[in-house]
Design a protein around this ligand. Structure first.
Ligand code: FES
Length: 192
């Protein structure tokens, strides 16, 4: 009895396995290959770089644009350099302002534009003012805000390689590169 039952069970299992073997399974849908779609989508969200990148990281850009982009990167550098110093020529015409500068030793008050140096303005009056480099690299042209107040409050230098902050705080300026930001009295030929 037990043997017959076991036999039947074994037979049943064998038949089931054979049946399963011949059954066609339901095909599992193969997902579409979306890899390139995803990459393109990601690439479109990344801003184009202006410079060639190693291994052409930016998809669809980079490589060919290298030469041109190099120029653009250089331009950015130049801009940064310009930002560091005050460039009087960068003042637009309609933003040029004039201030009353009293040249104490010369005994006259003249109008000096904020894009003009104190030295240039004085020379235009015909005054023989001291200078040497005219580039903010020596002390020959130095003068002083007559009140002795902090010169930072009265002028901007386009270049100052010689006066310390301390000296400027005592009123000293380099007339060759100092441009007025307000009216004041100047004593020329004064050095720290
Ligand atoms: S002349 Fe040299 S700093 Fe002005």
């Amino acid at each position: 009895m037990v043997n017959t039952l076991g036999l039947l069970l074994g037979l049943g299992m064998a038949l089931t396995l054979v049946g399963l073997h011949f059954l066609k399974g339901t095909a599992k849908p193969v997902p579409e290959d979306i890899a390139s779609e995803v990459l393109e989508q990601r690439a479109s969200t990344v801003p184009e770089t202006d410079f060639p990148e190693p291994y052409n990281r930016s998809i669809g850009g980079g490589g060919g644009a290298g030469a041109v982009a190099g120029g653009a990167a250089e331009g950015e550098l130049e801009e940064e350099e310009e930002d560091e110093g005050f460039d009087p020529e960068s003042i637009p015409e309609d933003e040029v302002e004039y201030y009353e500068i009293e040249f104490a030793k010369e005994g006259e008050t003249i109008e000096v534009a904020n894009n003009e140096s104190l030295l240039d303005a004085g020379e235009e009056e015909g005054w023989d003012l001291p200078y040497a480099c005219r580039q903010g690299q020596c002390l020959s042209c130095s003068g002083r805000v007559a009140s002795g107040d902090d010169a930072h409050e009265f002028v901007r230098h386009s270049n100052n390689e010689t006066l310390s902050d301390d000296e400027m705080e005592k009123g000293y300026v380099l007339t060759c590169t100092a441009h007025p930001t307000t009216s004041f009295t100047l004593e020329t030929d004064e050095s720290p």
